[in-house]
Design a protein around this ligand. Structure first.
Ligand code: ATP
Length: 238
């Protein structure tokens, strides 16, 4: 692994006294694709929400390039270069594709370069470019997911956190999402990919962490996890 740009240590979180994340430590190196995996309710979203400033950890540290950012509000975390695309494609359905991107473009980190950035983004997502004047709610599920990811890119993040981008998509679109993750990574963006789809995730990710009941149950390279007997039996049905 390259030296970590993000290092989280001993993260904990509980919802009204019920622990959701009990002890999570993870690192992401510059230029990596790292997968954060696990079943429903394992604590994946809670973990990345703590990394992105959506939730304040009850305990633990989040070091970003050496600075502890745990507990900073999400907009401050975004200014430092970490963007979260939350689960569920939270786009504004009545607004056009372009307007959805413009909202993100108002962030301080994005504002100055927005017009140039927009053209780059439309270069990556030609279907969104064609549909820029269309209400976002009229896009297909896959296109809405692309828009949610595109919006995350507006602020030029160094680390893009994607929370279950393939959820609810047809197999062909799932493949398109994973291809996109590779493509964005090749463009220099470090990616933390939250997924229940272990098989596809471990094929694109250099390394992965598997969460169970709010703890890291195992971690390793994508190839090693794909070969791991426990992973194969428990998550891959082999
Ligand atoms: P999923 O894939 O279903 O999103 P996850 O691995 O992302 O699962 P979390 O969403 O982090 O898991 O949830 C971890 C635990 O915390 C679960 O038991 C969940 O029910 C609980 N939880 C999550 N959000 C809340 C909330 N807002 N209030 C109460 N409990 C919550």
């Amino acid at each position: 692994m390259s030296p970590p740009i993000l290092h989280a240590e001993g993260l904990r979180y509980a919802y009204r006294g019920v622990p959701a994340v009990q002890e999570v430590s993870l690192s992401v190196g510059e230029g990596e694709i790292v997968a954060l995996l696990g079943a429903n309710g394992a604590g994946k979203s809670t973990t990345v929400n703590m990394l992105a400033g959506v939730l304040r950890p009850a305990a633990g540290r989040v070091l970003w390039r050496g600075e502890d950012i745990a507990g900073l509000p999400a907009h401050r975390v975004l200014e430092r270069g970490i963007a979260l695309v939350p689960e569920g494609r939270l786009i504004f359905p009545q607004m056009t594709v372009l307007e959805n991107l413009q909202v993100a473009g108002a962030a301080p980190r994005a504002a100055a370069e927005f017009p140039r950035r927009l053209e780059e983004i439309f270069g990556i997502f030609p279907r969104l470019a064609e549909r820029r004047a269309q209400p976002a709610g009229s896009l297909s599920g896959g296109e809405q997911q692309m828009l949610a990811i595109a919006r995350g890119l507006v602020a030029r993040p160094e680390l893009l956190i994607l929370d279950e981008p393939s959820l609810g998509l047809a197999p062909m679109l799932v493949r398109a999402v994973f291809d996109l993750v590779r493509d964005l990574n090749a463009r220099g963006i470090t990616v933390l990919l939250v997924e229940q789809n272990l098989h596809q995730s471990l094929r694109v990710a250099g390394r992965g962490y598997v969460l169970e009941k709010g703890r890291v149950a195992l971690s390793g390279t994508g190839a090693a996890l794909l070969e791991d007997p426990y992973v194969r039996q428990t998550y891959l049905g082999m």
